[in-house]
Design a protein around this ligand. Sequence first.
Ligand code: HEM
Length: 493
Amino acid sequence: MSCERPRMRGPACRITKEGRAMHRSWSTLRARVFPDHWSLLFGQIAFYSFVVILLSGVVLTVFYEPSADHVVYDGPYAPLHGVPMSRALDSTMAITFEVRGGLLMRQVHHWATLIMMAAITLHLLRLFFTAGFRRPRRLNWLVVFGLLVVTLGAGLTGTSLPDDMASGTSLAVLDGVLQATPFIGSELSALLFGGPFPGDVIAWFYPLHVVVLPAVLVALFVIGAVLALKHKPAQPAGPGRTEDTVVGRPAIVAAVKSFGLFCFVTAVSLLMAATATINPVWLYGPADPANASAGVGPAWYLAFLDGSLRLAPGWEFVWWGRTFSLAVLLPVAACTLFLALVAVYPFLEERLTGDRRDHHLLERPRDNPTRTGIGVAGITFYGVLWAAAGADTMAVFFQLSVNSLLHVFQVLLILGPPAAFVITRRLCTGLQERNAGIVQHGIETGQVIRLPDGGYVEKHRPVDAVRRWQLIGASGENRAIPPTSDVKHDGAA
Ligand code: HEM
């Protein structure tokens, strides 16, 4: 490409070229249209809650002491006076009761974590049920899946930092799982905890939590944004929207709206932090592996892992002089397989259906009953594991036997997903047929007219273009059911 100023040579000429390239990408961005649909906002909500987490995390880092050394508490919270605890918990207590706005920062950090996890989960579900993962967006799916897994890691390491009873209990479970790994269990546990449990896990988790995992998250968000801008935006089907024509807002309007969303996410996190207590470490007291309470459970986003451990039968066998505990291996294998299937689903679907085309129009869940059935089966599997994590609390609340409740969950875990698949598939097909019928025969008007031969028919109004899109979407035409003789369009009777 030639330089704008022909007599100029060397770096100045290169600057001109780079400047023109920047100008071109800026113009392309300004000319871009961004689809406007509520279901497309989850990714942005995840990013904005991450910004809130980063900002509050930096404030917490100033006062938090990542040390397992023991001190005796002598702060303003009287019920814990004289109780030995780690410096980590002592500094968390100081952030809570002595640093101005400290409790607010802790709670903002924690609530924003929950919002981020929920937003990423909903984003992934939205991508799945609308087929937003098909070519050319298969990598986007992996990026969002990566965000989910890394945020789970950040949540786990973060909740371990205060070193209170709740952190200690989840670390004890983690230690049990590691120890049960055949052949290298003890070594793995010693590596993570820096010696025999509970070791000095904070020294490990702290840099992971405040530097490594946030850096990976930043990288994933950047890759996600670059990929999203590289391709034409995916949009829900609707009037005027085709694989080539995008309907939406200009970049500047979308940017202003997005800034509004950032303010909203920040305001909601602050409001929740100011009004609802979360992780009251002063009530839990210091971590003590010998003294875990039954009521202590993991954060909701880690509950499915805990539930899987509770549902596994206590089978074990001895091989090569070693004991293999299926009570741990089975749930670890099941959860790993479940997550692996989620990660590779777009590639599996492409292979099985042979659909390698690029898609820029999103589908509705009912447009693909098999995929939607698989999705609901997956949610049922996850949901049963999730609910099983609260089996002890449910048993106490409803005065039931915890063992009977676990047996019910075991049965549900096996029978629930296939049943959910069949029911969902049938529902989707039924919805498709009903909608195709309305498009075919028109909308009922309630006016019944008598025919010359003495028969009666109801008058039907034709469906307009917008309603037609709403009813059968982009791919519905092929599935229209044949007309029946008892109904006719308006005027055709
Ligand atoms: C997505 C990324 C992150 C997630 C999901 C996350 C999550 C959490 C959670 C759930 C806690 C426990 C809060 C509580 O006490 O109730 C925590 C603690 C903490 N986080 Fe993060 N965090 C993230 C990033 C960061 C970053 C980037 C920093 C620092 C720059 C940071 C610094 C801290 C500190 C110092 C604590 C201990 C203080 C305390 O618990 O009060 N976090 N984090």
